[in-house]
Design a protein around this ligand. Structure first.
Ligand code: PLP
Length: 751
């Protein structure tokens, strides 16, 4: 196996996120290490050690020129591309300030890495240039709009474009851009971000009028913290870092010689045509086709987000129809396959701005997965990656994430009991009785394909698709879901909320669901109480009347605080302390909440139930509370209180392994079953399978009601990073399970 794969994990990792960063090739690491230990001189020193270092520095600069086809101009070593971008922008703007034109603009491609627009905006403001910063639109293939450039280029101080996009691999026609720019404006400063082009495309910068081209080492097997910038001869320049005068005074600070030595080795490999490390475009294209087939065969319903004919072969960006990028990435990650969603540099954003700019649909953009490999990947790496991707198919089928095409599908995961489904803070609930009769409560439109797959693969008979009130934003969900599941749904006349007309209850095997009218959040609000025959405990689906650690809003149309008070008292008569509250929203990430904890966390609710205040006093307090909150809160459906700080006991991997030796200590994997299935947790912790439970957050409420946990046992909770399991641990401690510990750093730090 080559350096493309790492070997220090229990499950060997398959790294398919090369556009984010690459591992340093062993031969480059050797050179870096040698330079740190042996050839460690300071290029500014006059003695022999310094002279040797200086030689290495200049030799590398010369090789950089050859690699990017720049026989003139300057090459400066920087800390990476972001510094190169700063230098180019600052140099241009300081120069432009000397002679500011009227109505100046700064142009950048709409799909540019954030380092570019953010740098332009920052220095435009700091240097008080006050130019208009304009994004150049792209077409559906991600190609820049040349007419837009033509229209604005005469007023432009700077234009920034990129050679190859980091999310999609789409490359631009730099000749066409150059013709558009230079036929109108010879002086405008032009920067081309070449970070993702190096090693994947031939570059001859001296043949162009590109003024600045930043590069980064860590995107191509060199270490982080080293990069370089090409500056065309005669282009404006102001040192971005002043000091001891290194790099001919253009960039001070002792040079990062180990990093530069790493680039030196990289350049040698790129230039040596007999070298087999970097693959030809044909080979890389064949790799891409191979990965494409593996993805399509595994997930079936795929949409590729870019045209392969105008993108470099090392990037594949796609969305799996009906699966979120989080689900796909979590599954890949659990199976040791590292990919990224949209752009690794903008994690946290809900859509990809690159795909948005290309006019991709919202779901495509939200659910984009980027799979990228480096140009030094070997056939063995790609074969191995494809085998590992294909191995996911059984897990996807077993978890109802894809419909099986086999006549005897292996459906290990059973949806029996209660499962929570979430979409952006809103919750839907699926309850399945032992004889596979089901209800779906408060369905969310985006989750309809998921419910459809589960119902079909698990062979469920749906006795009701119910809303707790007419949700303004998703009123059509029950109609839509009822129509896609028409063959599996009980035929009955139902009211607006989906309840069968004239029925007092819905029987689900031995369990019974009842409806109670509970106005307050809206006039039509109802709650459903499900009595579990086995445990004699109940679930209360109360929509937006009661939210974990809060209450629904009463200031929307149809809201009535006094009625809310009456509804709460009505529910209280039906519930006991252990009843599990299942709301329409969960802004505080509570997952499992019972009536006793709900009261403890919601003082107003508690005061009403303990008769500290009557319904009129409740109404006055609630109205004034809502009026204040309405101004400040973005959570329209209700307002929640901050949860009490609960200290969870953190355990290291070794402590956890030791503790598991005791007979009453168990592991709980809080990840979703498809992640749990992808690796053998019991083996990793050296414990027995029967001491390892899989209770994802979405099944936490079910675990409580089904009495899967005991307050006398010790539980070590884990997930990938320690975050989800910490939430679960806090939840369980609140519910009275005191002997709960969290695996600090999760599986990521369990080596
Ligand atoms: N430009 C592009 C296209 C990139 O992909 C990246 C890194 O993600 C950068 C710029 C920033 O590079 P660096 O990490 O070297 O600062």
């Amino acid at each position: 196996m080559s350096e493309f794969l790492l070997h220090d994990e229990p499950v060997t990792q398959v790294y398919l996120d090369a556009n984010a960063t690459t591992p340093v090739l062993p031969c480059i690491a050797d050179v870096v290490s040698h330079t740190m230990q042996i050839c460690f001189g300071n290029p500014s020193s006059p003695h022999i050690t310094g002279i040797q270092a200086k030689h290495l520095l200049e030799q590398t600069r010369q090789k950089a020129r050859t690699v990017i086809g720049a026989n003139s101009g300057d090459i400066l070593f920087t800390s990476g591309a972001t510094e190169g971008i700063q230098t180019a922008v600052v140099s241009t703007l300081i120069n432009a300030k000397k002679n500011l034109i009227k109505n100046p603009v700064l142009l950048y491609g709409a799909t540019e890495h954030k380092a570019v627009p953010n740098t332009l905006k920052h220095w435009n403001s700091v240097l008080e240039i006050n130019a208009q910063v304009l994004a150049i639109p792209v077409d559906s293939n991600g190609i820049l709009d040349l007419d837009f450039i033509a229209k604005h280029i005469n007023n432009a101080l700077m234009i920034c474009t990129m050679a190859v996009n980091n999310e999609t691999g789409v490359y631009q026609d730099l000749n066409a851009i150059e013709r558009t720019i230079r036929s109108r404006n010879n002086d405008v400063s032009w920067m081309v971000d070449c970070v993702q082009a190096l090693g994947k495309q031939a570059l001859t910068l001296s043949d162009t009028t590109i003024d600045y081209a930043p590069f980064s080492g860590h995107k191509l097997y060199a270490p982080k913290g080293i990069g370089f910038l090409y500056i065309r001869e005669g282009s404006a320049y102001t040192p971005f870092i002043a000091g001891g005068g290194q790099e001919s005074g253009m960039r001070s600070g002792t040079e990062n010689l180990p990093g530069i030595a790493g680039l030196n080795k990289l350049f040698s490999m790129l230039l040596d045509k007999s070298e087999r490390t970097f693959k030809s475009a044909d080979v890389l294209n064949a790799y891409r086709s191979q990965l494409q087939s593996a993805i399509v065969d595994t997930f079936g319903d795929i949409t590729f987000n870019h045209d392969f004919t105008c993108s470099v072969p090392t990037t594949l960006n796609f969305a799996v129809n009906d699966l979120t990028s989080k689900e796909v990435i979590d599954l890949f990650d659990a199976a040791g396959i590292r990919v990224s969603g949209g752009s690794a540099c903008s994690t946290g954003a809900s859509t990809s701005f690159v795909l948005d700019a290309m006019g991709a649909s919202k779901w495509q953009s939200e659910n984009a997965i980027r799979l990228s490999f480096g140009p030094a990947a070997t056939k063995e790496d790609i074969d191995h990656a494809c085998t590992r991707i294909r191995a996911l198919k059984v897990i996807l089928q077993a978890n109802c994430l894809i419909v099986s095409d086999s006549t005897t599908p292996q459906q290990e995961v059973c949806a029996l009991g209660l499962t929570q489904f979430r979409h952006l803070g809103a919750c839907s609930w699926l309850y399945v009785s032992d004889n596979k009769q089901a209800v779906i409560i408060d369905p969310i439109i985006e989750l309809i394909p998921r419910f459809e797959k589960i119902a079909n693969t698990q062979n469920l008979f749906i006795k009701g698709v119910l809303n707790t009130h007419m949700h303004q934003e998703r009123s059509s969900a029950i109609t839509l879901l009822s129509s896609v599941l028409a063959d599996r749904i009980l035929k009955a006349d139902v009211d607006e909320l989906g309840w069968p007309i004239n029925e007092q209850h819905i029987a689900l095997g031995q369990d019974v669901l009842e409806k109670i009218t509970t106005p307050g959040h809206s006039q039509d609000s109802v709650s459903y109480i499900l009595k579990n025959a086995k445990s004699n405990m109940s679930y209360c689906f109360c929509g937006d009347l009661i939210l974990p650690a809060g209450l629904g809003n009463t200031s929307l149309i149809g809201g009535d605080a006094k009625k809310m008070a009456e509804s709460i008292l009505k529910l209280d008569a039906q519930l006991n302390d252990t009843s599990v509250i299942c709301s329409g929203h969960d802004y505080q990430q509570c997952f499992a909440m019972n009536w006793a904890v709900q009261q403890a966390q919601t003082p107003l609710l508690n005061a009403l139930i303990t008769r500290g205040i009557d319904t009129d006093e409740f109404a006055v307090k609630k109205q004034s509370y809502d009026a204040v909150k309405q101004v400040n809160s973005t959570q329209l459906c209700g307002y929640v209180n901050a949860l009490p700080e609960i200290e969870t006991q953190q355990l290291s991997f070794n402590d956890a392994k030791k503790m598991l030796k005791a007979s009453n200590t168990y592991l709980i994997d809080t990840r979703e079953p498809y992640e749990h299935d992808a690796n053998n947790v019991a083996q990793l912790f050296n414990t027995d399978d029967d001491k390892t439970l899989n209770i994802p957050l979405s099944r936490m409420a079910n675990a409580i009601v089904e009495e899967q946990l005991s307050k006398s046992k010790h539980y070590i909770l884990l997930c990938r990073s320690g975050n989800r399991s910490k939430v679960a641990a806090t939840n369980l401690i609140q519910l009275g399970y005191k002997k709960v510990y969290n695996l600090s750093g999760g599986l990521a730090l369990s080596h």
